[in-house]
Ligand binder design. Structure first.
Ligand code: FAD
Ligand code: NAD
Length: 475
């Protein structure tokens, strides 16, 4: 093996593999080391995102949504399917097939770009040397002009509710259940709790989500969060806010969770527990103390605005550094860092990172919320449009939810777009481009949107900012 590279990336998740591909595109000799091993014992590039995160969760969300719609909605369309049955093993096999295909795709991209994809663990030593230990092999020394750390994150464990991998599981366990639990307890009503809670609820589980905070989806715009909460309640997701879990007791059939809220102490009995209370950066065994890379109090690698660490020519990207733990945020950091290493000018706009929750309805937003603008003392105006007035949404039988546009009262610039409704995750793309190009509300108002499309809801919400909506009464 060549033991000298221009760039060595540790971690082949969406931050690391993207950085490696971009570096190779610049003509830099590049290696990417990753420790992930699939269930069948194969090196599997793609990190959490492809192996145990974004992709398998979306595969199960899609399957469970189809099952749910066949059960609940098909009748409205005049479609009768007789008795519906669920073959969970096939559903899980489909998910695993997608994961395998995409992970292999990363390996193929490495080959096509001349990147050395190395299965095993990486450790940063002083002077940009990397100790690489192949699976089942002896450590080797690799020299690098630049090192990019992209080791991602792992689930936080609650001391009072430790994982046992069977009854009490993390998100990976919850993606791999081989039967639908009758009663599922989820701790944390964040993105994972809502997405995976939705999967199992659609497939027939009675799902209770215990959330420590009093506010539902505190990071989203209040109006959007309230509408989403209303929809989830209608679907039968039992979300209990202000619930502080005190203890876990294992029972014959599962577990009992004791929690406290303002009303006092309660407990729930469930068959399985998913703990989804956030993730923490993954740096165990990664950094030699003499390598000069500082880590902050919460374990994140310290970086500046362009992802430089405290050690010369050592960079860090993705979940292992500050900022939202999102695949697309890490990928964009990877591109920026590779461009900077290649001598290009590069930066990243951290104010315009879209967030998407893939529930039904989906929730998506970009830019500022009303609460953030109030706190900052920024004068703003808002417009909303309900999907109930969208012809396309009605045709899809998905008329719940709304689009909200928030703009500056002084300059008319769009400051934030917030959506709860059908395909919100796709619709938000238009808003991201509008914000990136600093569009005014009038720009969006005068942009022609195809008919009938869901994008018309965004157009109408922009019109509504100036009380010019056509298909709604302007208040
Ligand atoms: P990771 O993807 O975690 O990759 C890090 C890689 O580094 C891993 O392969 C790991 O094995 C490897 N590694 C760690 N230490 C070492 C070492 N010392 N040597 C060698 N290799 C090492 N984000 C979204 O944007 N959209 C979604 O829909 C979404 N859904 C999610 C669903 C779930 C269930 C979960 C858990 C997460 C989801 N996320 C989603 C978050 C997303 O997966 C992460 O933000 C993203 O994977 C982070 O990318 P990364 O490259 O920084 O790290
Ligand atoms: P999260 O931060 O989104 O939510 C964790 C939730 O758990 C919070 O609401 C928090 O208040 C609550 N919580 C914390 N401690 C608790 C306790 N002791 N008892 C009850 N509730 C408690 O974290 P997550 O859902 O675990 O997801 C981890 C990361 O993965 C997130 O940063 C997220 O961005 C990312 N992710 C993204 C997507 C997506 O983009 N669609 C999907 C899944 C995961």
């Amino acid at each position: 093996m060549n033991n000298k590279f221009d760039v060595v990336v540790i971690g082949a998740g969406p931050a690391g593999y993207v950085a490696a591909i971009r570096a190779a595109q610049h003509g830099l000799s590049t290696a990417c080391i990753d420790a992930w091993v699939s269930q069948d014992g194969q090196v599997s590039f793609g990190g959490t995102c492809l192996n145990a995160g974004c992709i398998p969760s979306k595969a199960l969300l899609e399957s469970s949504e189809l099952y749910h719609r066949a059960k609940v909605d098909f009748g409205k369309h005049g479609i009768s399917v007789g008795e519906l049955s669920l073959d969970l093993a096939t559903m899980q096999a489909r998910k695993s097939g997608i994961v395998k295909q995409l992970c292999r795709g990363i390996g193929a991209l490495f080959k096509a770009n001349g990147i050395s994809g190395l299965g095993g663990r990486g450790r940063l030593l002083p002077d940009n040397k990397v100790e690489y230990t192949p699976h089942g092999g002896e450590p080797e020394l690799i020299e690098a002009e630049h090192v990019i750390l992209a080791t991602g994150s792992e689930p936080v464990e609650l001391p009072s509710v430790p994982f046992d991998g069977k009854i009490v599981v993390d998100s990976s366990g919850a993606l791999a259940f081989d039967m639908v639990p009758e009663r599922l307890g989820v701790i944390g009503a964040g993105v994972i709790g809502l997405e995976l809670g939705s999967v199992w609820q659609r497939l027939g589980a009675e799902v209770t989500i215990l959330e420590a905070m009093d506010q539902f989806l505190f990071m989203a715009d209040d109006q959007i969060a309230k509408e989403a909460q209303r929809q989830f309640k209608r679907q039968g997701l039992d979300i209990r806010l202000g619930a502080r879990v005190q203890a876990l007791e294992m029972t014959k059939s599962g577990a009992r969770l004791a929690y406290e809220d303002t009303q006092g102490g309660h407990d729930i009995s469930v068959d399985r527990v998913v703990v989804a209370v956030g993730r923490r950066p993954c740096t165990d065994g990664l950094l030699d103390p003499l390598a000069g890379v500082d880590v902050d109090a919460r374990g994140f690698i310290d970086v500046d605005s362009v992802c430089r660490t405290t050690a010369a020519n050592v960079w860090a990207v993705g979940d292992v550094v500050r900022g939202p733990m999102l695949a697309h945020k890490g990928s964009e950091e990877g591109v920026m860092v590779a461009d900077l290493i290649a001598g290009e000018v590069a930066e990243m706009n951290y104010d315009i990172i879209p967030s998407i929750v893939y529930t039904s309805p989906e929730i998506a937003w970009v830019g500022k919320t009303e609460a953030e603008l109030k706190t900052a003392g920024t004068a703003y105006k808002t417009g909303t449009f309900n999907f109930s007035a969208s012809g396309r949404a009605q045709a899809m039988d998905q008329g719940a939810g709304l689009v909200k546009v928030i703009s500056s009262s002084e300059t008319d610039q769009i400051l934030g777009v917030h959506i709860v409704g059908p395909m919100a995750g796709e619709l938000i793309g238009e808003a991201v481009v509008a914000l990136e190009f600093q569009a005014s509300t009038e720009d969006l108002q005068r942009t022609i949107h195809g008919h009938p499309t869901l994008t018309e809801a965004l157009h109408e919400a922009a019109l509504s900012v100036d009380k010019r909506a056509i298909h709604a009464i302007n208040h």
